[in-house]
Write a protein that binds this ligand. Structure first.
Ligand code: FES
Length: 104
């Protein structure tokens, strides 16, 4: 596995959201409520990019059909969506020096 650095730690702040393509995989790095999350940049519903999603606390809302998911678990945020939504693909973050990244 290889470490892919994504961002310097001092650049993370609440509301931070940045899309990356790493090793051919679309990823979205998000920092909210003091926590950093790395997810696939694809909505589980119909694969829309989440680059322009809105975030409120732990909840990310897809801009296409407004399905909501919990960043911390990847699960749908509302029961009504569980049948058709699947869950966000989450990645474990890795830290090297002053950078956050991912091993792929
Ligand atoms: S593609 Fe995201 S809610 Fe439909």
């Amino acid at each position: 596995m290889t470490f892919f650095p994504l961002e310097r730690l001092h650049r993370l702040h609440d509301g931070y959201m940045q899309a990356f393509t790493v090793d051919g995989q679309p990823l979205l790095l998000v920092h909210t409520d003091g926590r950093t999350h790395l997810i696939a940049n694809r909505c589980p519903h119909m694969n829309a990019p989440l680059t322009h999603a809105s975030i409120e606390g732990d909840i990310i809302r897809c801009p296409l059909h407004r399905f909501e998911y919990r960043l911390s678990s990847g699960l749908p945020a509302r029961e009504v969506f569980e049948a058709g939504g699947g869950r966000l693909q989450r990645y474990s973050l890795a830290y090297e020096g002053n950078q956050v990244g991912v091993y792929l």
